[in-house]
Design a protein. Structure first.
Length: 357
């Protein structure tokens, strides 16, 4: 006879997982979390959901207990949005907030690149909330949510930068002729970034497990509910107009602001680093707002790439100085790190020149 393996499904009492297209199942001696990105298996004979599995779905359960819910069904929450200016912005925000919660699972599993993926969604939500504040309304709540999104973005950005800088500098080392690699350069780079990445990942883990993050998720829920359920009659006439009549004008305003800041940064001001940072932030907000409206910004892609390369080169030089200081303390050669610093300085200066072309 073929043994029959009983399968049990677990969820919160309000079926939070099912409403987001997720499921936790126990079959035989194993557990499985099914997500849109694939299945995650955990070998455990426990009768209750293993902590390593329940922690992965904290962004969805919000700490509610997972219990057996066999026979109970729920459909995914998919609100409908119209083609008004407000409706189009809300549809975009809804998708990006969903991306935050699904990327959360990958971040908790320490998947490479997951922090950058989650950070991008966080930046998009924050920027779009700011860019289209006049369309959305709820300004006090929007300000509070944007402030907390900035906190989360900073936490994720630190981890994402550590990962990308590790790849960048390791690639720089591999590209050097062998005669220019003096001493244990690769081991030092790996040691430094391995330690930095672990520290950043630990801080991200603490943040995602904390009450502040849960409050932010509830704040996003509340903001969506308030904005989606507000009657059309209570809104201004302009936000009920078709998106094509309202959003392009707001994007054009952001485009002009970004162009001014880019011009200032490229002109050689006394505080160039601050000017470049402001230009980068304005350009990111413009690009995210333009995505919503389905528009192409007037800022050339090459300029956007130069701003990002400049930011990366600035960060790389700081990391190289830290690695160099450690090497000096160990009485090791810093010749190669000086060479790498010069390469990053050239990239730094080239990015400024490229902005003027």
């Amino acid at each position: 006879m073929t043994a029959v393996i009983e399968t049990k499904r677990f969820d919160t009492g309000s079926l939070r997982l099912a409403r987001h297209g997720l499921s936790v199942r126990r079959s035989g001696s194993g557990w499985c979390l099914a997500t849109p990105d694939g299945e995650i298996a955990v070998a455990s004979a426990a009768d209750e959901v293993p902590p390593e599995l329940s922690s992965l779905v904290l962004a969805f359960t919000r700490g509610e207990e997972l219990v057996a819910v066999d026979g109970r069904e729920a459909t995914a929450d998919e609100p409908r949005f119209d083609g008004s200016a407000r409706g189009v912005v809300l549809a975009y925000l809804h998708g990006q907030i969903q991306e935050i919660t699904f990327a959360d699972i990958s971040v908790r599993q320490a998947e490479p690149g997951s922090a950058a993926r989650m950070a991008l969604a966080v930046h998009r939500v924050r920027d779009v909330l700011g860019a289209y504040a006049t369309v959305l309304g709820g300004r006090k709540l929007v300000r509070l949510v944007r402030r907390e999104l900035s906190w989360l973005a900073a936490c994720l950005d630190a981890l994402g930068e550590a990962e990308t800088q590790w790849d960048r500098l390791a690639g720089r080392v591999r590209a050097l002729p062998e005669r220019f690699v003096v001493g244990p350069v690769e081991p030092l780079v790996d040691r430094y970034f391995g330690s930095l990445t672990r520290e950043c990942r630990a801080r991200v883990g603490e943040s995602l497990a904390g009450k502040r993050y849960l409050r932010l998720l509830y704040g996003l829920d509340l903001l969506r509910m308030v904005l989606i359920e507000e009657p059309r009659s209570a809104r201004s006439e302009s936000v009920n107009r078709p998106a094509g009549e309202v959003l392009p004008g707001l994007v054009a305003e952001l485009d002009r602001k970004a162009t001014r800041r880019i011009a200032k940064a490229a002109s050689g001001t006394d505080d160039r680093e601050h000017a470049m940072s402001k230009a980068g932030a304005a350009t990111d907000r413009l690009c995210h707002a333009a995505e919503v409206a389905g528009m192409v910004p007037s800022v050339r892609p090459a300029v956007v790439a130069s701003l990002r390369e400049h930011k990366a080169a600035v960060a790389a030089r700081l990391h190289l100085r830290a690695i160099e200081a450690f090497a000096l303390g160990q009485r090791l050669s810093v010749f190669t790190f000086g060479l790498l610093y010069q390469l990053e300085t050239e990239a730094f200066e080239r990015s400024i020149v490229d902005m003027r072309l």
